[in-house]
Design a protein around this ligand. Sequence first.
Ligand SMILES: [Fe+2]
Length: 271
Amino acid sequence: MLEDHVGDVVRKGRLHAGVAVEAAAAAAGLPVDEYEAFEANGKATRPCQFGPLAALLGLNPAKLERIAAGWTPAPPDLGRWRELRVVTTTAGMSVNAYLVWDEVTRDAAVFDTGFDAAPLIQLIEENGLLLRYLFLTHGHADHVAGLATLRARYPKARLRSSAKSAPPDQRNRPNDFLMLGSLRITNRDTPGHAEDGVTYLVGTWPEDAPHVAFVGDAIFAGSMGGAAGNAALAKEKIVQQILSLPPATLICPGHGPLTTVAEEKANNPFF
Ligand SMILES: [Fe+2]
């Protein structure tokens, strides 16, 4: 299931564009109360005019209609990525954390913690892994709730984030190039949804598999993280830093299903 239904997409688009509910309802051809219900649950009791609404909100009309029609990304072929796990934890909402490791050396890295570190710890122990790094995509509570538990359990794992308040040795640098066994990890700033938003790119050596991008809440399958007030910056960074990656690049978002650069370029109504 997508993180955002069509009503969520439209509401985010409207807040990003600074458009009032009344104006959006008029463009959609719906009474205001029906339009509000449409934003809330993604369903309208009468046909919504997606073309004029999308034009008003700066969304792609064909892609928006596809979201309304129930598009979801094809489950990506993980291929070479046998040592990648998605851990989804739920507390009212669901959030994804990820674990990656090198098959030979067992060196591992975690990307965000989710609400609860227990499933990550279980995977690390079951697979006999050495947790080397704890990467944070941004500091929002749902993504870092398990951090204290993980740090207490693995005190030698190095913490990395792009938080300005982080001690210098825990802060990402633009040209960081970290090795995890044979895996190579770089980062690129993707602020907008969060000031400290960063995307981590993991590649294999030799380069026999598509890269994996841990994007936090910058972009979701068919949507993007809320960025009211910073929408232009958020979209610019997504285009420059994520959608410019090779089409087969696997996108691992903080919420919702895995997707690829190709899927998002073809189907994400924000782009
Ligand atoms: Fe977030």
